[in-house]
Design a protein around this ligand. Sequence first.
Ligand SMILES: [Zn+2]
Ligand SMILES: [Zn+2]
Length: 225
Amino acid sequence: MSAIWTEEELEASVLAYMDMRKKDSMAEPYIKKSYYSELSKRFGRTEKAFEYRMQNISYVMSLMGRKWVKGLKPAKHVGSNHIEIIERLVSKVEGKSYVGQATFEGQVWELKKKKSFSKPSGEIRPNSVTSQVTKYQRDPRVKAWVLKEAEGRCENCDNIAPFLTAEGEPFLEVHHLKHLADGGSDTVTNAIALCPNCHREFHYGQSMASKLEELYGKNSRLIRE
Ligand SMILES: [Zn+2]
Ligand SMILES: [Zn+2]
């Protein structure tokens, strides 16, 4: 068994992961161990090794602001080259183009944990790249309705919007509980008005799953998808 993971092994792991994630989102039962055991037989690594790899994939998903598979807590011990490969594979499986968000954030994390590193000179004129990004055609009526319904308060923490926009409107963001990228609908039963703090937490917070459950429990408008 080689210490270096081949692209083929990583791809098979990502495919298995995305399959579990899909089942999670449809509340379909499955057994994680059977995925690991199948991979283990195929590639000759231990089931544990695959389980840990799955947690690395959760980490990449979390860097992308996406949901991770229940019970597979993100494990950050993964080299930035692997983060890039995994992000590329996730994008490929989803039929989207690679944007490098997890790759960038993974590099930030690596640097932050260094004891010291010298002040960077940065780039006066950063290079730009044009990339294809999948955009969803949202219904402005859904966003407007949800914002009106919220009456200037975050529907999660109930605090009033943190500031007024230039137009004098309370600033809130409309979030889709089941992300559009995961096949969520653009309807008022899947959309919620959040303050920016709560919104970021729903994407990047460590307890996003339990927060989500709470929200479904307290707001009768929302329907689980
Ligand atoms: Zn809030
Ligand atoms: Zn959102």
